[in-house]
Design a protein around this ligand. Structure first.
Ligand SMILES: Nc1ncnc2c1ncn2[C@@H]1O[C@H](COP(=O)(O)OP(=O)(O)OP(=O)(O)O)[C@@H](O)[C@H]1O
Ligand SMILES: [Mg+2]
Length: 256
């Protein structure tokens, strides 16, 4: 694994009124890794993501994305310049378009946010669309959507649409993805497919992940390293094997 820093969080603090959601957290995420982030309800996990994506302004500390200090940048600037994506829940699925059309459009719109420009077809645009089609086909295979890929997305099941959203998130070739409870409320078959997508994106496409997840069995298998938050502070930062044996983590989160 390369030691290049993808995301560096230094002394991050965030208060909501009297609630100290983050009390000076330091985390380093290296390119190519899958980092798990766990901790009890209210321990500050989502707040940490919010401060990295610009949804919330931190009170102190710094966030560096590939060495660039993005602290205090507004959310749209981080999304535009940071090749940063937060979660797959927000992705739009166009119900009348099939899977490949949805994916190509997701790739086009991220590059050319002006919708009109996505319809301009010159030689270089044609080449790019061809590359997007290749990537879309690959992701349709990985997500196991091939059988239903010809359907308008609106006619696919809820689970299939979720997988399509997940694939859409990968179309703009993000370098770092923050996932806040991607497995919450989905069935075991879908859990397996989402995990396959994350592993494929990590191993074959080189995407770095930070994943918040209460399903610790799954997360420990998926993660190369796990950070544990407790009451807004870092309690542990180690391999999954070390974390599950750490008495403080067991006491605070995993249960006896
Ligand atoms: N927008 C907000 N306004 C006020 N308080 C907030 C806000 N967001 C979070 N908090 C508080 O900050 C603390 C940390 O919340 P956060 O959502 O980051 O926890 P979490 O670790 O993601 O928990 P969960 O596992 O339940 O999702 C909690 O005490 C929460 O009530
Ligand atoms: Mg949360």
């Amino acid at each position: 694994m390369s030691a290049e820093s993808m995301l560096r969080i230094e002394g991050l603090r965030k208060n909501y009124g009297a609630v100290a959601a983050l009390q000076g957290v330091d985390i380093e995420v290296r390119r190519g890794e899958v980092m798990g982030l766990i901790g009890p309800n209210g321990s500050g996990k989502s707040t940490l993501f919010d401060c990295c994506t610009g949804l919330q302004r931190s009170d102190a500390g710094r966030v560096l994305l590939k060495g660039v200090d993005i602290t205090g940048w507004p959310m749209n600037r981080i999304a535009r310049e940071g090749r940063f994506l937060r979660s797959f829940q927000k992705t739009v699925v166009f119900p009348t378009l099939d899977s490949e059309e949805n994916l190509v459009l997701a790739g086009q719109m991220s590059r050319f946010p002006n919708v009109l420009s996505t319809f301009w077809v010159g030689p270089s645009a044609r080449k790019r669309i061809q590359a997007l089609r290749e990537r879309a086909k690959e992701l349709i295979e990985v997500t196991g959507l091939a059988r239903v890929a010809h359907l308008p997305a609106g006619n696919m099941s809820g689970g299939q649409q979720k997988l399509l959203q997940f694939a859409s998130m990968l179309m703009p070739e993000p370098e770092l993805i923050l996932l806040d409870e991607p497995l919450a409320g989905i069935n075991p078959v879908l859990i397996e497919k989402v995990i396959q997508c994350i592993e494929h994106a990590n191993q074959k496409l080189g995407v770095t992940f930070v994943v918040i997840e209460h399903n610790t069995d799954v997360l420990m298998n998926l993660s190369h390293r796990v950070v544990v938050l407790h009451q807004g502070a870092k309690l542990a930062d180690a391999t999954p094997e070390e974390v599950v044996r750490n008495p403080e983590v067991i006491e605070a989160y995993l249960g006896g």
